[in-house]
Design a protein around this ligand. Structure first.
Ligand code: AHR
Length: 547
């Protein structure tokens, strides 16, 4: 038996519209293949795949962080604009690839416009300088009458793009980053202070984000973040952090317990922000932008000498003569998935999203790496819907309004500490609830969504969801004194996603898109504000209460 209690008085914070956004970077065939393929039968006049555009447009994705990623730290945006035949082909040493710049600065922003989403833009703070950043904002956002803004018009975009949020670099604390500031947080923070100031003097309506640690595993975490923020607290709006949770393919507890490490990370960053704000005597609250996150299942890799990206032993500095630069051909694209069951990929990212919801007062942006693929799985020819698609769509629809404290009492498990490689090293956790939950109260529409994951692989749970505290606080709620409708909510829908019966390893495809479509769970009953139901092993449940 498990119990969840939600009460409207216990508010965490407003859920930002950008909380469930995605991240895009030209790695592999993400751009050349998924986004852009002039030979695709659905290609539009710019060579963008219309099947992908249509699918993402209908998802109503709020925002996408682009154009990278590590790639951006040596990307020269000025060489990516104007007539295609005049654009310059460059190397991307971060990912060992050619950057043909067929998709350049304008195309990234225009693609985002086509899918109806906001662009969250990352500036090159590796090899790029402050003047490049200023020219970039002038080109992108300034009305006209200057060299750069008129060049934008000449390049076919009369109206300013109005990009609101600018990230001051990507993972600048990482030794793998081109132009890394790992050894000089003060220098990076100061450069951000000056750059942010200059950009806001060009466009006063913009916001900026400064890099914090690329993972809580970093040796210098959290001091690096504090030192950076101390230099630029007054001019920036977001602290940008990243984390990729990793677990062995068959270790469900480690995978789904991963959200606890996200919460630790968030709590530390929030405390650090408050500390720096206090030092600055600032009434302002810098918010957290979790603009790259994900979880993956992979096998242990050797601790030394590994090739892991976050290798603390510095084996990352690899100069491999056998490695050669690749030009990704959009016409040679395959569907890519990390190992592991489809249901686990879905539950993995959802558990992180629930952690973000539980910290909705501090985390205002979340960009899922692989989020575009989660919404719209694809191969060379087609797009289709997977388990992740359906669940992500539910989050976009129902995680709105105010996040409320969601108190869980359930069976628990202990998670022993483990390491996947040099950097993915986790201390153990005790007393992790099998039931994971968060909620969203859309007061305006009198609708409460309670999200529930059953992390248990084997057991179903009888679950009581107590929402009796909502009595009387729903607009147009009938008079309580008359004894009518005292519990407030009168209706509940319960949708679940779980493995197809007898087919726990089933994989969605273009031909089989309905395998993981949400189904109605009919086990439940709402009585006097308490909903009683049963939740299946490894299931995702969305309960929507209404008047
Ligand atoms: O998502 C892949 C990479 O992970 C990004 O380029 C980088 O920012 C992070 O290290």
């Amino acid at each position: 038996m498990a119990r969840i209690t939600v009460h409207p008085s216990f508010k965490i914070g407003e859920i930002s519209n950008r909380l469930f956004s995605a991240f895009l970077e030209p790695i592999g065939t993400m751009v050349n293949g998924f986004m852009y393929n002039p030979k695709h039968p659905t290609a539009d006049e710019q060579g963008f795949r219309k099947d992908v555009i249509d699918s993402l447009k209908s998802a109503k994705l709020p925002a996408v962080r682009l154009p990278g990623g590590n790639f951006v730290s040596a990307w020269q945006w000025k060489d990516s604009i104007g007539p295609k035949e005049q654009r310059k082909v460059h190397l991307d040493p971060a990912w060992y690839q050619f950057i043909p710049n067929d998709v350049g600065h304008d195309e990234y922003l225009q693609w985002a416009q086509k899918i109806g989403t906001e662009s969250l833009y990352t500036i090159n703070m590796g090899t790029g300088n402050m003047q490049d950043a200023m020219d970039l904002v002038e080109y992108t956002n300034f009305e006209g009458g200057t060299y750069w803004s008129d060049l934008r018009k000449k390049n076919g975009h009369e109206q300013p793009y109005g990009v609101k949020l600018w990230y001051l670099g990507n993972e600048m604390d990482g030794h793998w980053q081109l132009g890394s500031w790992e050894g000089n947080p003060k220098g990076y923070g100061y450069t951000c202070q000056e750059t942010s100031k200059a950009l806001k003097w060009i466009d006063a309506s913009i916001e900026t984000g400064v890099c914090g640690s690329s993972a809580s595993f970093m040796d210098h975490f959290p001091e690096w973040d504090e030192e950076v923020l101390d230099q630029c607290y007054d001019t920036v709006d977001y602290l940008s952090v990243h984390h990729y949770h990793t677990a062995k393919p068959d270790d469900v507890k480690a995978l789904l317990g991963g959200s606890l490490y996200y919460e630790d990370f968030i709590n530390t960053e929030a405390a650090l922000i408050d500390f720096v704000a206090a030092k600055h005597r600032s009434p302002k609250k810098v918010m957290i932008s979790f603009d790259e996150y994900g979880c993956m299942m992979r096998d242990f890799s050797p601790l030394h000498p590994g090739w892991g990206r976050y290798n603390m032993a510095r084996t990352h500095f690899r100069f491999d003569p056998a490695r050669s630069y690749i030009l990704h051909d959009p016409d040679n694209m395959k569907h890519f998935m990390f190992p592991g069951r489809e249901i686990l990929h879905m539950l993995g990212f959802l558990s992180i999203q629930l952690a973000f919801l539980r910290h909705a007062d501090r985390v205002k942006i979340g960009c899922m790496t692989g989020g575009l693929g989660a919404l719209c799985a694809s191969d060379h020819d087609h797009v289709w819907k997977t388990a992740s698609h359906y669940a992500y769509m539910q989050m976009l629809e129902f995680a709105r309004g105010t996040s409320l404290q969601t108190v869980v009492q359930s069976d628990t498990f202990d998670l022993p500490g483990y390491a996947i490689d040099d950097t993915s090293q986790y201390t153990g956790k005790e007393g992790v609830n099998y039931i994971d939950s968060a909620s969203a109260w859309d007061e305006e529409n009198g609708r409460l969504a309670v999200f529930v994951i059953n992390r248990n692989e084997n057991e179903s749970y009888a679950l009581n969801v107590d929402v009796s505290g909502f009595a009387g606080c729903i607009p147009e709620c009938p008079d309580r004194r008359a004894g009518r409708n005292a519990a407030g909510f009168t209706a509940v829908t319960h949708q679940e996603i779980t493995c197809p019966e007898d087919e726990p390893d089933a994989v969605s495809s273009y031909e089989h898109q309905e395998l993981y479509a949400p189904r109605e769970n009919t086990t439940g009953k709402l009585d006097k504000g308490v909903y009683t139901c049963s939740v299946k092993p490894l299931s995702w449940n969305v309960l929507v209460f209404s008047k």
